[in-house]
Design a protein around this ligand. Structure first.
Ligand SMILES: C[S@@+](CC[C@H](N)C(=O)[O-])C[C@H]1O[C@@H](n2cnc3c(N)ncnc32)[C@H](O)[C@@H]1O
Length: 143
């Protein structure tokens, strides 16, 4: 994303300190320190930080392989909702660890059904080299 959107500001978030350190090294290695930052974020837990991010009017929230623990569905959905302005697009690419359909149902029929719209991005929109049968890509937007 940083390469494609040359004027963008990017924040990589994680709850794991070890992962944050590795992200920092990767950013340095790619000479991206001026535009790419890291920040500790535990889904749903830091209201002040959520508020700060939301105020930045994020264009995209990108997640990779973050849907796997059913107990975290609510925290993840709440975080997406809190970080989203009206135009924010959340894109999540995820391997199916067995509960993607439960996540779809949680968003579409659960407590977020009137707040978030979840759509699957069809294979016809995905680059043929970078798609796989067991990986789904979702677009989630606030309603
Ligand atoms: C399967 S890993 C995927 C890591 C990386 N995005 C990737 O694609 O390689 C899932 C990630 O979700 C993060 N995660 C899980 N629960 C979280 C939470 N409650 N708050 C913040 N991050 C969380 C974990 O720290 C972990 O790094």
């Amino acid at each position: 994303m940083a390469q494609v959107f040359q004027n963008s500001e990017i924040i990589l978030t994680e709850m794991s300190e070890g992962s944050l350190r590795l992200m920092g090294e990767t950013i340095k290695h790619n000479n991206m320190c001026s535009r790419v930052k890291t920040e500790n974020l535990n889904w749903g837990e830091d209201a002040g930080k959520m508020y700060k991010f939301r105020e930045m009017k994020l264009d995209f929230i990108i997640g990779s392989d973050i849907i796997y623990i059913e107990q975290a569905f609510q925290l993840l959905a709440e975080t997406i909702l809190q970080l989203s302005s009206q135009d924010t697009k959340t894109i999540i690419a995820n391997a199916d660890h067995g509960n993607l359909s439960k996540f779809e149902e949680f968003i579409r029929s659960g407590p977020y059904s009137q707040k978030l719209l979840l759509q699957e991005i069809g294979k016809e929109w995905q680059h043929e080299l970078f798609q796989a049968d067991d990986i789904k890509i979702y677009l989630i937007q606030p309603i």
